[in-house]
Design a protein around this ligand. Structure first.
Ligand code: SF4
Ligand code: SF4
Length: 55
């Protein structure tokens, strides 16, 4: 199970620099590579729009 970025993403870019394993990619809505995510939760903590969660 990996964290997932939902439609509330406003592409602010805050999360991408905080991921310790580089699992996050840019886009109109940012995305998380489920094979790389270690479920540390850091991205969810820093997202200003609460767009990242564990499904
Ligand atoms: S939960 Fe941690 S490892 Fe997974 S995408 Fe977020 S910051 Fe990266
Ligand atoms: S911090 Fe949240 S709103 Fe900003 S790019 Fe990441 S998922 Fe999207």
């Amino acid at each position: 199970m990996a964290y997932v970025i939902g439609n509330d993403c406003i592409a602010c870019g805050t999360c991408i620099d905080e991921c310790p394993v580089g699992a996050i990619s840019e886009g109109d809505i940012y995305s998380i590579n489920p094979d790389a995510c270690t479920e540390c939760g850091t991205c969810a903590d820093v997202c200003p729009n609460e767009a990242i969660s564990l499904p």
